[in-house]
Design a protein. Structure first.
Length: 93
């Protein structure tokens, strides 16, 4: 039962990033997202991966690896948007 609860929690917390990821993908904009928040979240998720490895808990490891991937994707859009703004280009170029 404990493993099932852990897997369900992992599934729902990981899937929670999909709406934001899909919005960023469709609009190619993420101006409302804070880079500091994204980097802080990525750090926390990475520490959860380390914790999962130490505890040998595959649910923690897999959920957070996928989540880091999602956050990395969103962060790459954020950084590209910021670079475009610095160079005077619109975010859609």
């Amino acid at each position: 039962m404990t493993t099932a609860i852990g897997l369900a929690a992992a599934f729902f917390t990981t899937v929670s990033y999909l709406p934001q990821l899909l919005k960023v993908w469709r609009t190619r904009e993420c101006g409302d997202l804070s880079l500091k928040m994204l980097l802080t979240l990525a750090t926390g998720l990475s520490l959860w991966i380390v914790y999962g490895v130490i505890k040998e808990d595959i649910a923690i490891i897999l959920a957070n690896v996928v989540s880091v991937g999602f956050i990395a994707f969103i962060t790459s859009f954020k950084l590209r948007e910021m670079a475009g703004a610095r160079h005077g280009r619109a975010s859609r170029t």
